[in-house]
Design a protein around this ligand. Structure first.
Ligand code: ADP
Ligand code: MG
Length: 687
């Protein structure tokens, strides 16, 4: 498609600077982009419907003679024309009309109209039909279904149709190069595009609507392959830059592990060994560690950090929330301070002189381990010898953020190694398109002695019983969480809801020591509450979803989640992972608000059925789509032009094998594929 690919839309008839600007708003810069600007839906204008056969609510082309046309003064002034063919009469009604329009709709003229009949005061009526005058006996109707394009203010459907028709003509003149290995799909690219812009009258509309037509599958397949290849290219580029080789340090690691009150599980030991090998290489490790909540990922991160630090390099550990970063701070303080490793803290709340001092110690290399939040991405944060970046709970950071942190080293020794940890197990299919740039390790074993959490669904009408159950558990010496959820993204409202619930529970259970934690508290306040809960001084902790990640109190064995139907499965799984950390049998109560939607019922059902994070993630993907599972709707990571997950999940195996085939046997196809599918986006990003 070189010719079309390189041609700006301005070269098409009718495209001036103003239209070009509007097209750019829709991501259309090149003629090729128009071809990929596919219709949202189609109308059938290929047949003329006799007026007698017109049906309420069904789009139709009708043709007839105007019998009468008058301005009618009803509740609203309108221009009304009666149109007649041999079979019947229908009313055309215009609430907005021009003098010229009124003149053209005169008795005796022949019109062909398109619109949707509705029931009106005079029988069937079409409001504001599209229409044009025709000659008696003129047979021409549309030969293909009429596409309706996604659009923006100021570009009409006729304009889109004319532009796409011009693009299609160029496509036929210079058929694009097929970039998938021959025989991989019944449609080639040109056929698929032509079909989707101009489907024949007998096209399977249902299939098209659902995105399952072979022509759509052809494009989705190619797009997913291009995406997969672009991730591999990222990986290759990163690896080409090299990294400091950090050989394993068995002595230091052994001393560290010996000091722990437990031995690593087999899974932890295996993943530690994989990482140790990666770090010793002179190109960057790009590794994703997946492990269900509570599987002990922190220990694995510590082993990796130790290896880098023992080799004289710095390590950055980044977490998505302040609470989680604090949790890491406290674990690593316990483990690393006895080893005389210097640690530094950096979050968005580190301000003024404190921040300057921290930045200074990071830049000088004095700080060996830096723990923090997004604040580590900021421009003025510079490391002296950054050897390893650890990102916890990856799904909240996009690929580009992840890469930004690896550019933060002054050392002329290539990139730092990267370790990414996620507790949201990522279905294999999804990780192939979202994380193809990473190697994957799985911690598929929980530390010994853990008991599965049992989960119950309880209607909020039975709230009183749940409150009594909390009381009983706490009086028994156990501890409980009560999690308040709110749809609103507002911290303030969430905090208020949690405060109200805490007050309600305190009134119902005056004998209990109840704590409250939410995102509006100052870090010191949060820390104090968490400390009291950990120490067992508080038996019930009312919280917002801030406790979702990382919080670790083994004696807490009961969790109530209010309005769980508002949350995604991954988030519920995370929350539930806060209990079941001790040897006590644990329970989770999903206190839902009836009535549940069908989807809500399925999601909560999956929670009750299983505690397996992988199963739950698969369900989540099926029920909500990848943006939700990865938490990356905003990052643009998973935005495709044509492909849709989970609709196209069944293509993913093929995506993987074709991508591999291209990398091994047709590497020359890789760049053009990436350019074709991500070119407009990149251009867009630059504008
Ligand atoms: P996650 O994978 O969810 O981040 P953590 O690293 O927070 O899990 O570990 C959960 C809890 O399990 C922590 O209290 C940790 O100290 C403990 N833990 C980790 N590894 C082991 C082990 N091998 N044996 C016993 N307990 C362990
Ligand atoms: Mg963790």
């Amino acid at each position: 498609m070189t010719e079309i690919a390189g041609t700006p839309v301005q070269e098409l008839r009718g495209v001036g600077p103003r239209l070009a600007e509007k097209l750019a708003d829709c991501g259309v810069f090149r003629v090729e982009d128009l071809l990929f600007h596919l219709p949202l839906r189609y109308q059938d204008r290929t047949r003329v419907t006799p007026i007698a056969a017109a049906r309420e609510g069904v789009d139709a082309v009708i043709e007839g003679e105007v019998r009468a046309a008058d301005i009618v003064f009803g509740r609203r002034r309108s221009l009304v024309a009666r149109l007649q063919d041999g079979t019947g009469t229908i009313t055309l009604r215009f609430f907005h009309f021009s003098a010229a329009q009124k003149k053209s709709l005169k008795s005796g003229s022949r019109l062909r109209c398109f619109g949707q009949p509705r029931r009106g005061s005079s029988g069937l009526e079409i409001y504001h039909p599209e229409y044009r005058q025709v000659e008696e006996g003129e047979v021409h109707t549309e030969e293909s279904l009429t596409p309706i394009y996604p659009t923006t203010a100021g570009i009409g459907q006729n304009q889109w149709r004319s532009l796409c028709a011009q693009a299609l003509a160029r496509l036929r003149n210079a058929p694009p190069r097929d970039l998938l290995p021959a025989g991989s799909h019944p449609y080639n690219l040109a056929q698929a595009l032509q079909y989707l812009h101009t489907p024949p009258p007998d096209a399977a509309l249902e299939m098209l609507r659902e995105g399952r037509h072979p022509a759509q599958l052809r494009l989705a397949l190619e797009e997913l392959i291009a995406h997969n290849l672009s991730l591999f290219r990222l990986r290759q580029r990163a690896q080409a830059e090299g990294a400091p080789a950090l050989p394993s340090r068995p002595k230091e690691l052994g001393a560290f592990l010996d000091a722990l009150p437990f031995v690593p599980t087999h899974a932890q030991a295996r993943v530690l060994a994989e990482i140790a090998t990666d770090l010793a290489r002179s190109y960057p490790m790009l590794r994703l560690v997946q492990g269900d909540v509570g599987s002990g990922k922190t220990l694995v991160a510590a082993g990796a950090a130790l290896q880098a630090i023992a080799n004289g390099y710095q390590v950055a550990l980044m977490a998505p929330t302040e609470i989680l970063a604090e949790q890491h701070w406290s674990s690593f303080s316990d483990w690393f301070q006895p080893l005389a490793i210097s640690m530094e803290w950096l979050s968005g709340r580190t301000k003024g002189k404190k921040r300057d001092a921290a930045l200074q110690r990071i830049a000088s290399g004095e700080a060996s381990l830096v723990i923090g939040t997004h604040a580590l991405f900021q421009r003025d944060v510079n490391f002296s010898r950054l050897g390893l970046v650890i990102v916890d709970e990856q799904h909240r950071f996009g690929v580009h953020q992840r890469l930004a942190l690896t550019e933060k080293t002054a050392a002329r020794q290539g990139r730092p190694h990267q370790l990414v940890m996620t507790a949201t197990p990522i279905p294999r299919t999804l990780s192939m398109v979202a994380y193809a740039d990473l190697d994957c390790s799985v911690i598929d074993e929980l530390p010994p002695g853990r008991q599965a959490v049992t989960t119950a669904l309880v209607d909020n009408l039975r709230r009183q019983q749940v409150v009594e159950r909390v009381a009983a558990a706490c009086e028994d010496g156990r501890q409980a969480y009560w999690v308040c959820t709110l749809i609103e993204e507002s911290d303030v409202l969430q905090a208020q809801a949690a405060e109200a619930t805490a007050a309600e529970l305190q009134q119902a259970l005056p004998q209990l020591a109840i704590g409250l934690i939410h995102g509006r508290l100052r870090p010191a306040e949060k820390e104090a509450v968490m400390q009291r809960f950990k120490a067992g001084e508080l038996s019930l902790l009312v919280a917002t979803t801030v406790i979702e990640v990382g919080v670790d109190v083994a004696n807490a064995s009961l969790m109530i989640i209010e309005n769980p139907e508002r949350l995604g499965l991954a988030q519920l799984h995370q929350l539930r992972g806060r209990v079941g950390r001790g040897s006590e049998a644990s329970h989770c109560v999903l206190l839902y608000q009836a009535p549940l939607s069908a989807n809500g019922r399925q999601r909560l059902g999956a929670m009750r059925e299983s505690t397996d994070g992988f199963y739950i993630a698969e369900k989540d993907l099926e029920l909500r789509g990848p943006g939700e599972v990865l938490g990356t709707r905003q990052t643009g990571l998973m935005e495709f032009r044509i492909a849709e997950l989970p609709t196209h999940n069944h293509l993913l195996d093929e995506v993987q094998s074709l991508s591999q085939q291209i990398r091994e046997h047709y590497p020359e196809l890789s760049e053009p594929l990436i350019a074709r599918w991500t070119g407009a986006v990149q251009h867009f990003a630059k504008v």
